[in-house]
Design a protein around this ligand. Structure first.
Ligand code: SUG
Length: 449
């Protein structure tokens, strides 16, 4: 747990623990990796270990790190809502026979990507001085939309004190109100305790004409949803910027803005094709931050859009380590790509980053989730930190316990045929039941009641 005597705010990374049913089902619209790896066997144990190793690395360099538990899978409630009936084993078997896709949806481990869990704005930015949470409605796909209710429960359980935290309902779900959370939201500030400037990035706007819509894939985030979140969070409109994704980027596989841009404190690191009108976006950000922002825009001739998507360069995390260094936590794929590696070396030489660390997240990456997808950033004042359920902070002790817990409960291979196995359901529920007590959260899931 971060030192609560320290008078300043901290940015805590809440990473999603990768759950025991992590699998590759090709469910995600516009996500090239998910499609490319569909039906391959997954390795949930390696996946969870890779995620935990990243958290461990951040903890070791002095970045406050916490854990969000996975969703209960199989999602039997969903399968019953879809008309599969009988006892649990029968529900799974019928879903497998009649609609393997629906079974995969009910087994998805997609809640690991907590950048899509919610949009969060710190108390320094809201006019009521509270931290605001809006769970993402994830309206674009059923496997993701069915995360919202449990996500809201978990967030309310951890951030439970109404004196400090305000939890909103998700934005009402409809095709034109998609909200995918913090993956399309970035906050800029000097020190974390200062009021920040928020950038909300959307892909669709009801005023779009044919030229400004992607042709191949659907834009997942709507302007109307982003505007609603900014109103709900009681932000100062002079400190909010809305920017539209370049539709060509969406068609190249940029299904969230965090696949093409990442910000930290006063730095925006992005690809030149991140936004439809980059110059306007840059100007608006400079105005809102009183020229306090540094924008490092990588040109297409240095890294093509396709290479940005393939390496997930911009899905790196930028963090300030305890020694004050600015560290880029990048996927291993960036080290292996000569052009991207050369760019990163130059960015260290020119002082943009003090160093780059590479992390192996193969299992998550194969479903389109890099380092930044796996974390939800929450900026907290010391008294807000002190009010949280303490068991969610990653300590050496919790890390060892989680390591042993993964070992005890996780399989090292899952195929589509395994998803209907009632034994996998029992293993998954037993693992999650144990996890909520490890994290000190009490009972969270319906199956625990
Ligand atoms: O919504 N993949 C997720 C990946 C989300 C990554 N998050 C951020 N960029 N912040 C998605 O596309 C794949 C599931 C499957 O195919 O089995 C999936 O849902």
């Amino acid at each position: 747990m971060p030192d609560t005597d320290c008078p300043t705010a901290v940015e805590v990374n809440f990473d999603g623990l990768i759950g025991p049913t992590h699998n590759f089902a090709g469910l995600a619209p516009g996500n090239l990796a998910s499609w490319l790896h569909r039906s391959e066997p997954s390795n949930p144990r390696a996946a969870a270990r890779q995620g935990l190793a990243k958290m461990s690395r951040l903890r070791l360099i002095g970045v406050p790190q916490a854990v969000l538990p996975p969703q209960p899978r199989p999602n039997l409630r969903l399968l019953r809502q879809l008309g599969f009936s009988g006892d649990d084993a029968n529900v799974l078997a019928t879903a497998h026979n009649q609609s393997p896709r629906m079974l995969a949806i009910a087994m998805s481990g997609s809640s690991m990507w907590t950048a899509n869990a919610a949009t969060v704005c710190p108390s320094a930015d809201a006019d009521d001085g509270r931290v605001h949470f809006t769970p993402a409605n994830l309206a674009n796909s059923l496997h993701r939309a069915s995360e919202t209710t449990v996500t809201a429960t978990i967030l309310k359980r951890i951030f439970h004190d109404p004196q400090f935290f305000r939890h909103h309902d998700p934005i009402p779900c409809s095709a034109d109100m998609g909200d995918e959370g913090a993956a399309n939201h970035t906050r800029f500030c000097d020190s974390f305790a200062d009021p920040g400037v928020q950038l909300f990035v959307y892909g669709n706007d009801h005023e779009d004409d044919d030229r400004s819509r992607p042709r191949r894939f659907t834009a997942r985030q709507s302007r109307a949803a982003s505007e609603s979140v900014s109103r709900l969070h009681r932000l100062d409109p002079r400190r909010v910027v809305f920017a539209k994704q370049d539709p060509r980027a969406i068609d190249a596989g940029v299904f969230h803005n965090d696949v093409i841009a990442v910000g930290h404190r006063k730095l925006l690191f992005c690809h030149e094709q991140a936004f439809e009108n980059s110059m306007q976006v840059d100007d608006a950000l400079r105005r809102a931050t009183s020229d306090q922002i540094r924008i490092v825009e990588v040109p297409q001739r240095r890294v093509s859009l396709d290479d940005a998507v393939a390496t997930y360069l911009f899905n790196s995390q930028i963090v300030t380590a305890a020694d004050g260094q600015t560290v880029l936590i990048a996927p291993e794929d960036c080290r292996r790509h000569p052009g991207v590696k050369m760019l990163l070396d130059e960015l260290v030489d020119d002082g943009t980053f003090d160093r780059v660390e590479f992390v192996d997240l193969r299992e998550s990456m194969n479903n389109g989730g890099g380092p930044a997808c796996l974390r939800l950033r929450v900026v907290l004042m010391p008294e807000e930190v002190a009010s949280l359920a303490p068991g969610v902070f990653l300590t050496v002790e919790l890390e060892n316990q989680l390591d042993a817990w993964i070992d005890r409960h996780y399989r090292d291979s899952l195929t589509a045929a395994d998803l209907a196995d009632p034994q996998l359901m029992r293993e998954s529920y037993a693992a999650l039941d144990e996890l909520t007590s490890l994290l000190g959260l009490g009972s969270v899931y319906e199956f625990q009641r």
